[in-house]
Design a protein around this ligand. Structure first.
Ligand SMILES: *[C@@H]1O[C@H](CO)[C@@H](O)[C@H](O)[C@H]1NC(C)=O
Ligand SMILES: *[C@@H]1O[C@H](CO)[C@@H](O)[C@H](O)[C@H]1NC(C)=O
Ligand SMILES: *[C@@H]1O[C@H](CO)[C@@H](O)[C@H](O)[C@H]1NC(C)=O
Ligand SMILES: *[C@@H]1O[C@H](CO)[C@@H](O)[C@H](O)[C@H]1NC(C)=O
Ligand SMILES: *[C@@H]1O[C@H](CO)[C@@H](O)[C@H](O)[C@H]1NC(C)=O
Ligand SMILES: *[C@@H]1O[C@H](CO)[C@@H](O)[C@H](O)[C@H]1NC(C)=O
Length: 393
């Protein structure tokens, strides 16, 4: 599709979906939302343990045995959508035949983990691979890293997922977003029975989009839409040109093996990637927080916390920080307005949850909210819902 055609498609799709909604899409900054309760809170997220001392193909077995029905439900929706798009099931045939071959091209331990997930869930390997490749391209979110008056770092995010994946007109909801909610889990990754890192993730996905190494650093990923590169890197990979890294594998490796904010920052800034992305990284002391805006090869205009200059928080949605957001999708201005009202003197996990609960920062795509506090090692997550009236994205 040409860029112009894509823009026309995008604009009409957004117009059709938004015509179902009656303003107000936005609201006054929320307060007193924590502890989570009421209609925007759908439930707590369950903890699981993944033992990194097990061979990769055994690590996910316990989690898979509990979540396999939910994964099957989720993949059924993807298949139905794919069949609506390309009738006759050709697309799924392609996934089942071709993607298992791609799994063998993926680096260790991810290739082995995917095979283990397929065998313990009974989901065909190609479909497990599809589910994993998904997140490389479809994650729209809001992430905030903030420093309180004592120099402690607080990192929060809304995970918004499922844009354009099946709008359910009756329910006014995104089909994939609904099916993903039961898959949200918190995972404690352990070696020698000690926590190495913690993450909020989707069962069946081996990359990482939200995570923390207690007492060291916290990390979230937001999608970056860009003309230069989006899908090209992935196509290159399929065509045997494999010198770049998958985003989700890089974040997983950083959380698993980087031991400081500095090391995490340099790996996330310098590793060649398949697709553009935003990394939001927080550290364990004052001034350690940054937005890493990645093109495939470089880190563009890095932005760091600097309380002395009044930059006590960084808020990232899905637009470059030096550009205006798309007018149909401005979550940055309302998010910043609420951060500014909160003030550095009153920022905490609780007040950050208020910001992340304010529409349209909270919207129909929001599957979960995560709050992380590096100094105490606390990570907590909540499944979200956005009752009408609510922005579709
Ligand atoms: C619509 O939402 C209800 C409740 O959230 C759910 O039970 C039902 O399955 C949904 N319908 C479809 C077609 O997804
Ligand atoms: C691992 O640690 C937990 C508590 O952190 C403890 O209950 C459990 O017995 C330990 N397991 C082993 C095998 O050491
Ligand atoms: C982390 O490092 C260990 C030891 O080098 C290696 O076995 C493991 O595969 C690495 N993890 C990831 C996710 O790359
Ligand atoms: C911050 O992280 C570094 C590197 O992991 C570590 O050496 C240092 O002790 C940590 N500081 C605090 C206050 O936890
Ligand atoms: C929030 O405060 C910052 C720093 O003072 C300012 O640059 C920004 O325009 C404010 N944004 C909003 C939406 O109030
Ligand atoms: C600080 O946040 C709490 C909620 O945790 C709120 O009740 C209180 O009014 C806030 N104080 C100020 C000065 O904004």
């Amino acid at each position: 599709m040409s860029f112009l055609a894509f823009c026309i498609f995008l604009t009409s799709a957004l117009a059709i979906v938004s015509s179902q909604f009656i303003p107000p899409y936005t609201e006054e900054c929320r307060s007193g939302m924590y502890p989570p309760q009421g209609p925007t809170f759908k439930g707590a997220v369950t903890w699981y343990t993944v033992d990194l001392d097990l061979p990769p193909n055994k690590r996910w077995a316990a989690l898979m045995s509990e979540k396999k029905d939910d994964i099957v439900n989720m993949i059924k929706v993807i298949k139905d959508l794919a069949t609506a798009f390309v009738p006759s099931g050709k697309l799924i045939d392609f996934v089942d035949k071709f993607l298992p071959l791609v799994v063998d091209t993926l680096p260790y331990p991810f290739n082995e983990e995917l095979k283990g997930i397929a065998s313990s869930s009974g989901v065909p390997l190609g479909e497990v691979a599809l589910f994993n490749l998904f997140y490389e391209v479809f994650t729209v979110c809001t992430s905030v890293v903030a420093e309180d008056a004592d120099g402690n770092l607080i990192h929060g995010r809304n995970m918004d997922f499922g844009l354009f994946m099946g709008w359910d007109i009756k329910n006014k909801s995104w089909m994939i977003t609904d099916k993903l909610k039961p898959l949200v889990v918190n995972v404690d990754f352990r070696r020698n029975n000690h926590t190495i890192f913690k993450s909020t993730t989707f069962a069946g996905y081996v990359g990482m989009l939200t995570g923390m190494r207690p007492h060291s650093f916290s990390l979230t990923v937001n999608e970056r839409f860009s003309l230069n590169g989006g899908y090209i890197g992935i196509i290159e990979w399929l065509l045997n040109h494999r010198d770049a890294m998958w985003m989700g594998f890089l974040t997983r490796s950083v959380l698993e093996n980087a031991t400081s904010y500095e090391e995490a920052s340099s790996l996330l800034s310098q590793t060649k990637l398949l697709a553009p992305v935003y990394f939001i990284l927080g550290g364990n002391q004052t001034g350690q927080g940054c937005i890493i805006t990645r093109a495939r090869m470089e880190n563009l205009k890095p932005l760091e916390l600097n309380s002395k200059q009044g930059r006590w928080y960084l808020l990232q949605t899905n637009y470059d920080h030096w550009k205006k957001p798309l007018f149909l999708d401005d979550r940055r201005t309302p998010g910043m307005k609420c951060m500014n009202q909160t003030l550095q003197s009153n920022i905490s996990r609780k007040t950050l949850y208020d910001v992340l609960s304010t529409k349209p920062v909270l919207n129909k795509l929001t599957t979960y909210t995560t709050l992380m506090e590096v100094s105490t090692g606390k990570l907590e997550s909540f499944i979200r819902d956005c009752p009408n009236p609510c922005m579709p994205w």
